[in-house]
Design a protein around this ligand. Structure first.
Ligand SMILES: C[S@@+](CC[C@H](N)C(=O)[O-])C[C@H]1O[C@@H](n2cnc3c(N)ncnc32)[C@H](O)[C@@H]1O
Length: 212
């Protein structure tokens, strides 16, 4: 693993919070929402999933459980300290955590059966580029999923006043649909209601942006 977080100021923000992230953000009433959320993704048994902005690996046990035997989850993040936390959840057979930015994924095209971006998309500096990268690494038929346990308005209020992420937000609905279109993806199914945000589609066969 590399030894320094990148220059994006969000890296330092998340480095500083990594050790207490899960205790702070996932108390039991929030944590109990994770398994049903992941179940709703209907991930393919034994599949290979990319966990975008894995943080301390919050989703790793849930994704692994959903995939079952033979399933593999690839975690990456911008923050080295977050990855140090995530590493504690990995066994010797698990793919190692990767220090990388969502805007330039170090994976070959068409590598994943699902690309899951949970509680991270608002923080990507160039959201169009990040979504294009998600589309590129998804296999034909793979689900491309952006998900939160807060709606767009709740997230805006949640991030406000928090230094480097104060202005990080989800795009408005029309803009999110446009980002999917520009990434070569179909129009996503979207939910934006209290306690839930989802933008989900399946990459069709023949989508440009194949192997890197
Ligand atoms: C709000 S935290 C959520 C982490 C984790 N998904 C969770 O739910 O606990 C957002 C994560 O996205 C990461 N992140 C922010 N910008 C990123 C980027 N450009 N590329 C990769 N990860 C990024 C942060 O370092 C942080 O770990």
């Amino acid at each position: 693993m590399q030894t320094r977080s990148g220059p994006d100021p969000r890296a330092a923000f998340f480095d500083a919070r990594a050790a207490n992230w899960e205790a702070h953000c996932y108390p039991p009433p929030v944590r109990e929402k994770l398994a049903p959320l992941i179940a709703s993704f209907a991930l393919p048994a034994g599949g290979t999933v990319l966990d975008m902005g894995t943080g301390p690996g919050t989703l790793l046990p849930y994704l692994r459980a959903a995939l079952g035997p033979g399933g593999r989850v690839f975690p990456f993040d911008l923050s080295l300290e977050m990855l140090r936390q995530a590493r504690r959840k990995l066994g010797p057979a698990d793919p190692p955590p990767v220090l990388a930015t969502a805007m330039r994924l170090p994976f070959r095209g068409e590598s994943f059966d699902a690309v899951v971006c949970f509680a991270a998309f608002p923080h990507f500096e160039d959201q169009g580029r990040a979504l294009a990268e998600m589309a590129r690494v998804a296999r034909p038929g793979a689900a491309v999923i952006i998900a939160h346990l807060l709606c767009r308005a709740e997230l805006l209020a949640h991030h406000g006043g928090h230094g480097a992420v104060a202005r990080d937000t989800l795009p408005e609905e029309d803009r999110m649909r446009e980002l999917f279109r520009l990434a070569g993806l179909p129009d996503p199914d979207m939910v934006d209601a209290p306690g839930r945000y989802l933008a989900v589609c399946r990459k069709p066969a023949g989508t440009p942006g194949g192997r890197a």
